[in-house]
Design a binder for this molecule. Sequence first.
Ligand code: C5P
Length: 222
Amino acid sequence: NRQPMIAIDGPAGAGKSTVARKVAEVLGLFYLDTGAMYRALTWFILKSGVDLGDEPTVAELASQCQIDFVNTPSPSVFVNGEDVTQAIRTPEVTARVSAIAAQGAVRAVLVRQQQHYGQRGGIVIDGRDIGTHVFPDAEVKIFLTASIAERARRRQVDLKNLGQSDVTLGDLERAIAERDRQDSTRAISPLRKADDAIEIKSDNLTIEEVLGAIVTLYQAKT
Ligand code: C5P
């Protein structure tokens, strides 16, 4: 027996984590960023120096990678006790995470942790396969998208705010398109909209509008 939950899936840079975090705050739910888990494991594997294509060794490392989320004083991610909140957002990790996330043994380990984390419900979970695979019985399923141009534009604004103003829109569009391609063409749990998910295309919507729509859908289920 569990509380209702919200699954938010969609392509890279659609604003899932921003929206999911706010939805959780407004509704008093837990929040789980599954992309951060794949990123944390990718960071751990890059640090270890093993060949990313060596699946048995990567699987072994996955079982040694303890990922923890801490919310105070600010939302942070830890790997085996080390704060990796910033380190998992570098272009190096971003460019390689899809290759790690395509491996069956990696997904088996992380999906089991996600299902355990969400077993009581009362949670917002974002990722690529939450509504299709991790929690196919989620009460509210959202597929959040935006055009590649809009996603690249938003990412450029985020990067500028972090002091990185040297990245072109073209480079961002290519990186986003490549990650979408890898995530939606992989054999295991590829990115796709669940049949019963509600698609929200956010190009012309504010964060508050997307937030309001999801909160209303959840309240209708409780
Ligand atoms: O959401 P974010 O962009 O941080 O996710 C990073 C990567 O992790 C994705 O590009 C995808 O390869 C992988 N991922 C996944 N399944 C999830 C969440 C993320 O394969 N549920």
